[in-house]
Write a protein that binds this ligand. Sequence first.
Ligand SMILES: *Cc1c(COP(=O)(O)O)cnc(C)c1O
Length: 230
Amino acid sequence: MSEDEDRIAARLEEVRARLADAARRSGRKPEDVELLAVSKTFPPETIRLAVEAGQRLFGESRVQECQKKIPLLPGNLEWHFIGHLQSNKIRKILPLCGTFHSLDSLELARDMERVANEEGFHPEAYLQVNVANDGRKFGFTVDGVEAALEELLTLRRVRVVGLMTIPPLVPSAEMNRRHFAALRELRDRLEVRSGTPLPGLSMGMSGDFPIAVEEGATIVRVGSTIFGNR
Ligand SMILES: *Cc1c(COP(=O)(O)O)cnc(C)c1O
């Protein structure tokens, strides 16, 4: 095993162990939380090391990067798109990524529905919600997602599987616990109101994924702790 391979395998193992610990602490099963390895900016050779260490689920945030990298990697991997998506790139990304973590407007959802219908795809999507209400450019507000949900759930191609959030950068991860809890509580309210299950909670990154898991994350998006600094 090369040194790099060793290092990535060890980091992956450590992240999986911390994830499993956090799941158990909160009375959940480790296998109920997925690990999305965020490979943006890293070359295919590096991603391949994670694949060799057993990782199958990868996250990318740029369409052009997906077009370049994904065809060079094994076909049995699952790619999730985690960045802000512009409508004019939907047609390019649908054949590459089956899950979208940042469906951040009704307009984007309508465009994705139309293109997915034309091209024959059934994408899964998390609704990005700005629960911290910190003036960020992208993401539904809490009120906005409540207003949009009814229409979003009528889409036949795009399947809304849950909610996603990116909390503010803070000096201590513990400070974001309330935002993770707020996303879970919002999800619970939306489920009751719509009568539709929204099981997915995409929350937690390198600095705070154990806390997100304690607050109910079903998928964490971890980049630098696995691959190193970008
Ligand atoms: C880059 C990125 C991540 C991973 O961030 P790390 O701090 O490197 O773990 C997670 N989610 C989104 C939306 C990102 O853009």
